[in-house]
Design a protein around this ligand. Structure first.
Ligand code: SRM
Ligand code: SF4
Length: 592
């Protein structure tokens, strides 16, 4: 099988990529006219530039009734390798959120910011302003290497800085090299950007390589491609959920190389039995100096053998499933030109969300501040957006975004800690000690009203569910148990529900008896792990939102009564085999 290229007519998206002439076409014509929205082809290309065309789904019915068009708006994703930010960059993103966005900034599970609600007339100025602060939106979305994940803890332990160095090199190397991004949004001016490679003209492509995009070629990759760098003792990047994972091999306090894992990916379409979530599996070991070479080989195999006719099956995991890991490894060896050694056995053993106060190891402190579902906004007493703005304005220190949708305030001088604490208190910002364990380890994707693929609520519904869980867990004496609860508005898996202890995946849109929309029904998955190294399985399907907690309570009771000493919730569910179903019944989910 290893030489088989998937046949079939290339999908429509392949035609659009080719016709776009290195991501230039369609957008250049449509981004600057006075329409409120752009056509489908332009919207496809725009993703590579870091923006999705969306509409406010809360307004759909009303707009239709009034005979108007949809309330079009754009989501703009800011690419931030390893989630590293300066105060100026934070403030620039915040300013955009307040002036052209919907007043909120969204920290994503991949250490990026999303702006929501940007109108088309403001799109170009928004992208320009992001670049002027030396961040970018290029390749935050699209069929390319996405934002590269790194442990964000600003620890001077000799490990984190080496990891971040490798992540920066990797992100830089695999960023697209077309000049169209600069031509369209920056009047051709290429910002001296730390994360963006040199112009294609200065590269020397090897024979057969595309002159403009030596790694990707004219049609880029068959689908998105995700990479994470992880640490076995701190798998905070949830690295095995990625197409490509570099799991550090640490010896005598230093990274000597990485075990390379391939084939992770969580998206699934219940109507297509051929799709499934998967965790990455070990491929080989590489020294630090060889991460780009192995990355290129894996990405080029994906480029050349990924399914370009069926986007539902166009991820790397399906090549590996179809060929088997041995055949895949032989193909990667062919591309890299040498035999690959066996992996060294580095695997996740723990996870740290980096919340709370910690010493950095250089005399300074960092404070991980929880952000519920990643949404930075002012809401009643909790004035998170105003508080973080005031913090960055006053202290001017660096920050990091975590893969658990939270933020780390770095480089705090111990002498000013009291001042920092007082400022956060003034704005009602709770530290991790003041939130419940279940809230701390929960995440939801944005879902309604912005996500065009959502079938149910997630981010707007999870707080209600967490409040109910808090009450029940307290009653059962389980309030201190650590387990992950992750909720999504459809099966695409954005908040990584399939390797969580408890995954709640939007199943069908539901209505109240009076016809108004309700939060919908969910599939409950149980038995993943907090460290992200095991997939869960289906416990119950089509559970109405208001019955989710009552379905979970008997499981918590069994856990309390039957667990082995020290056993974690997900491990218990996995051991006792609570889940009988492994597949969802066919129901349509949408991929783009
Ligand atoms: Fe995702 C699509 C939000 C991480 C799997 N994802 C989308 C879109 C862009 C909807 C769309 O295509 O129209 C969502 C935008 C909603 C909105 O209104 O903002 C969206 N995904 C998110 C974010 C914001 C969720 C979050 O709560 O943080 C995450 C952005 C990460 C980033 O900064 O780049 C996000 N998405 C993920 C992850 C988790 C991860 O990468 O660690 C996954 C599962 C891992 C994987 O890729 O398999 C994920 N998103 C998907 C899929 C399914 C892909 C597949 O292979 O089938 C889609 C659908 C698609 O691509 O067509 C999707
Ligand atoms: Fe949208 Fe589904 Fe992703 Fe949630 S999981 S953001 S609903 S695509």
């Amino acid at each position: 099988m290893a030489d088989a290229k998937p046949g079939g007519k290339p999908s429509k998206v392949e035609g659009i990529k080719l016709a776009s002439e290195y991501l230039r076409g369609f957008i250049a014509e449509e981004a600057f006219n006075d329409q409120t929205h752009i056509g489908e082809d332009a919207a496809t290309v725009l993703k590579f530039h870091g923006s999705y065309q969306q509409d406010d789904r809360d307004l759909r019915v009303e707009r239709k009734r009034e005979g108007g068009e949809k309330a079009y708006q754009f989501m703009v994703r800011v690419r931030i390798p390893g989630g590293k930010l300066t105060a100026e960059q934070y403030l620039a993103c915040d300013r955009l959120a307040q002036t052209v966005g919907d007043g909120t900034l969204r920290v994503t599970v991949r250490q990026e910011f999303q702006l929501h609600g940007v109108l088309k007339q403001d799109l170009a100025a928004t992208i320009k302003a992001i670049n002027e602060t030396l961040l970018s939106t290029l390749a935050a979305c699209g069929d390319v290497e996405r934002n590269v994940l790194c442990c964000p803890a600003p620890l001077n332990d000799g490990i984190r800085s080496a990891l971040q160095e490798d992540v920066d090199r990797f992100a830089h190397h695999f960023a697209p090299r077309t000049s169209s991004y600069w031509d369209i949004w920056m009047d051709g001016e290429r910002v001296n950007h730390p994360d963006i490679p040199k112009p294609a003209a200065t590269l020397v492509p090897t024979i057969g390589d595309d002159p403009v995009e030596p790694i990707y070629g004219k049609t880029y990759l068959p689908r998105k491609f995700k990479t994470a760098f992880g640490l076995p003792h701190d798998n905070c990047t949830d690295a095995l959920a990625n197409d490509l994972c570099f799991m550090a091999v640490v010896e005598h306090g230093a990274i000597v190389g990485y075990d390379v894992y391939t084939g992770g990916g969580l998206g699934t379409t219940p109507s297509a039995k051929k799709t499934f979530p998967a965790l990455a599996a070990p491929l080989t070991f590489v020294k630090r100096g060889d991460v780009l070479a192995i990355g290129e080989a894996v990405i080029k195999v994906f480029r050349d053998f990924g399914d370009r006719s069926d986007r539902k099956r166009a991820r790397l995991k399906y090549i590996i499933y179809d060929w088997g890991m041995d055949a895949f490894k032989r193909k990667v060896e062919e591309y890299i030109g040498s035999r690959l050694p066996a992996p060294r056995g580095a695997a996740p053993t723990e996870v740290d969300d980096h919340l709370g106060l910690h010493e950095q190891g250089d005399g300074k402190l960092f404070l991980g501040v929880p952000i519920e579902n990643g949404r930075i906004k002012d809401s009643g007493e909790l004035r998170l957006a105003s508080g973080l703005r005031a913090y960055f304005e006053r202290f001017g220190a660096k920050a990091r975004l975590t893969c658990q949708q939270s933020i780390i305030l770095a480089d705090i001088e111990p002498a000013r800690l009291g001042e920092v604490e007082a400022l956060l208190d003034e704005f009602g910002i709770a530290r991790v000690e003041r939130i419940s364990t279940v809230k701390r380890w929960s995440m939801a994707c944005p879902a309604l009203p912005t996500c065009g693929l959502a079938v149910t609520e997630a981010e707007r519904a999870l707080p209600t569910l967490i409040a109910e869980l808090e009450t029940e867990l307290e009653r059962l004496g389980l309030a201190d148990e650590r387990f992950t609860v992750r909720m999504t508005g459809c099966p695409n898996g954005c908040a990584r529900p399939y390797n969580a202890d408890i995954g709640l995946v939007g199943r069908s849109a539901a209505k109240h008896e009076d016809g108004t929309p309700s939060a919908g029904t969910y599939t409950i998955f149980l038995g993943g792990s907090t460290i992200g190294d095991r997939l869960n399985a289906i416990y119950k399907d089509y559970v109405p939102f208001d019955q989710v907690v009552s379905e979970l309570v008997p499981v918590f009771e069994r856990f309390r009564d039957e667990r082995e000493s020290g056993e974690a919730f997900g491990d218990f569910c996995d051991r006792v085999g609570l889940c009988s179903q492994t597949e969802l019944e066919a129901d349509e989910a949408i991929v783009t």
